[in-house]
Design a protein around this ligand. Sequence first.
Ligand code: SAM
Length: 350
Amino acid sequence: MNDKVYILIQKLAKAHSLSLSEYIYLIENRNEEAAKRLAGLAVDVRKKIYKNAVFIRGLIEISNICKNDCLYCGIRRSNKNCDRYRLTHEEILACAEEGYLLGFRTFVLQGGEDGYFTDDILCKIIKSLKSHYPKCAITLSMGERSAKSYKKLYDAGADRYLLRHETADKNHYEKLHPPDMSFEHRMECLNELKKIGYQTGCGFMVGSPYQTSQTLAEDLKFIEVFQPDMCGIGPFIPHKDTPFKENKAGTVELTCYLLSIIRLICPSVLLPSTTALGTIHPFGRELGIQAGANVVMPNLSPSSVRKKYELYNDKICTGAESAQAIDSLKQRMSAIGYEIVTDRGDRKNI
Ligand code: SAM
């Protein structure tokens, strides 16, 4: 590793901040040694805060119907080959019941921007989940809504909201999204969520089309300034029915490198080792945890719909990715020295 990379890593670990040009340098001059050094520091700082705990979230994919047409996404509106579904209130409750018995204490309701899920309908679902499982956290990941809507859902009992910013570079954002979506609105939503009091998550895909070290550096700077409670990053993986079907997938190597950097920027952030990372590498989830992640989100959706929530090709949804296989996940985490814990897994204030 060259001296400058070494110095930048030390600076990041100490100050939790670098300039844009320093982030670019760190990305462009990375090698195995630098990645090891970053991961070592990231794991140390994470262990100081969370010991060897890995938090689990039960992911319930409530609908693959979406009004948006994001160019990278397999459930985009114009994908006519997507077999659409929507879970009922009862089905969502049944997933949570199964998840609760398996030890999950956070439920993540994720879906496309499906107009069926009005505030009234979502509030009813949130309230019944909260009445059955008052000690569990509810995370929503339902895309862009109005400030009023976010507030209603929060007042109904939602605790957390995941809304990846996708990219902190407006130009890049516009290459990934159709003209009826706006970078400014995405950012306004994130600010609003935080203001309301949600534990808020942002994030981006690694290796998305047109991404550069400059746009990645902007993502890191955004994370540094926004100080999210959660940050979801995973490799971009092409989907055969999207305009980006010929693009290359992001790599495990760069995803892990960035996970370590993000852990050093925000030491106590809740950082998932994502399904996408597990999809492109058989030990992707383990590699993410060893780079500094501390959350995994097994799939609790009914098995009949899991394949239909296909954001990208070959998404894993059985094996250790399935909530039902929690024992196998526990073993895999324990094999690398980590322990799956059964609690809400809130962010620690340090
Ligand atoms: N509609 C909600 C939203 O926009 O936040 C939640 C669902 S959306 C499908 C969840 C995330 O999936 C997106 O934020 C995006 O980063 C990720 N995603 C979509 N297509 C992907 C792909 N081809 N490869 C990797 N991740 C993808």
